[in-house]
Design a protein around this ligand. Structure first.
Ligand SMILES: [Zn+2]
Length: 227
């Protein structure tokens, strides 16, 4: 009997499903693998996700949103909450496909005094009444810190976090045993440059993603000054 045949069927199904989702992310140009990549943190790794590209293909986003909605279909949900543009697009697709027809609201994230911060517009705060059931949606979860803040915010307002759905989660992230469903659950090793095995083997370092972040500022336009 081959090793594959001995595997638990549920584990095989998860593996196949994740491969399909990874392939979809690859098609958007967001997912890069089998490379020797410099991360913004200064560490080296083999895989990278360009977050802004994840939701550029509407039909893919709709399909992935529907998979998340199906997972949470057994629970009634009143509201889907997210932060950031990518997560908001995905949360719309999840809400559209969920049988409870939840509403969609979004917070904003930023930094305040060097600390991460999440806030919710007053109009949306009013909608989180006690025992409102909320599904949190995120695109990429790497440390879970934004989600922890969102959970605190919802609970302070009396809402109930039914679960968390995301496109990609680094497996090391735990969210107080809350049900987390990710389309791809994957961790890849990161190395300090002086301990990186690829550097030791002389594999060229791909600095493209970090360079891109620094060199290319977002383009902008401005209203002309009145004459
Ligand atoms: Zn390296």
């Amino acid at each position: 009997m081959s090793a594959a045949a001995r595997k638990d069927p549920a584990a095989v199904e998860t593996e196949v499903r994740e491969k399909i989702h990874l392939e979809i992310l690859k098609r958007t140009g967001a997912y890069h693998a089998n490379d020797h990549i410099l991360l913004p943190s200064g560490q080296h790794t083999t895989e990278y996700i360009e977050k802004t590209l994840v939701t550029t293909e509407p039909s893919f986003t709709e399909g992935l949103g529907a998979v998340i909605a199906k997972h949470f279909a057994q629970w009634p949900i009143d509201m889907v909450l997210s932060t950031g543009p990518g997560a908001l697009i995905l949360s719309h697709c999840v809400a559209r496909a969920h049988p409870s027809r939840p509403i969609v609201v979004y917070g904003t994230k930023g930094l305040s005094g060097g600390k991460r911060r999440v806030s919710l517009p007053v109009e949306f705060q009013r909608l989180i009444r006690p025992s409102v059931k909320i599904l949190l949606i995120e695109d990429l979860v790497s440390t879970g810190s934004t989600l922890s803040l969102l959970i605190n915010l919802v609970e302070q307002l009396g809402g109930i976090v039914v679960g968390v759905g995301c496109l990609w989660r680094r497996t090391s992230v735990e969210l107080d045993n809350r049900p987390v469903f990710s389309l791809v659950s994957r961790d890849f090793p990161t190395y300090d440059p002086d301990k990186c095995p690829f550097c030791k083997r002389g594999v060229p370092l791909n600095e493209e993603f970090v360079r891109r972040r620094h060199a290319r500022k977002p383009s902008s336009v401005q209203e002309p000054k009145e004459a």
